[in-house]
Design a protein. Structure first.
Length: 134
């Protein structure tokens, strides 16, 4: 996944080029974690010096969803998390204790064979940190 897909979508949707949009997308691309809006706002100054309102951030995130550049996951409290869309099937975990949302690095072939049309699957279970504590 690269910035080229964002530029292609900008051209196809005939919208203005925005440095803020590009910075948000680069932040999501560079993160290994699923990010919620609060985390994006906290990390964004490393990518973009100006303050971006929450409304602008949500507008850009919705644009990424429309362009099929990111996927959105929700925890049990309906808090949204964003992760770059990949060309491969992914499995995510929502921790039933701390509500952390994370991508699982497991062999997905067996599960993907069961659900061939699914882009990703979300599993609700204890994350590795919470299961180690118990």
């Amino acid at each position: 996944m690269s910035i080229e897909k964002l530029n292609d979508c900008i051209k196809s949707k005939n919208v203005n080029i925005s440095r803020a949009r590009e910075a948000i997308y680069n932040l999501i691309l560079s993160s290994e974690e699923c990010l919620n809006v609060a985390q994006i706002i906290k990390l964004l100054p490393e990518y973009y010096p100006k303050k971006i309102s929450q409304n602008t951030l949500y507008r850009h995130l919705n644009f990424f969803l429309e362009c099929d550049l990111v996927i959105m996951l929700q925890d049990d409290f309906k808090r949204s998390y964003y992760y770059p869309k990949r060309n491969s099937f992914m499995i995510f975990c929502v921790c039933t204790h701390c509500n952390k949302v994370a991508r699982l690095d497991v062999d997905t072939s067996v599960i993907h064979n069961e659900f061939p049309k699914a882009e990703f699957i979300t599993v609700h279970k204890l994350c590795s940190l919470c299961s180690a504590r118990q």
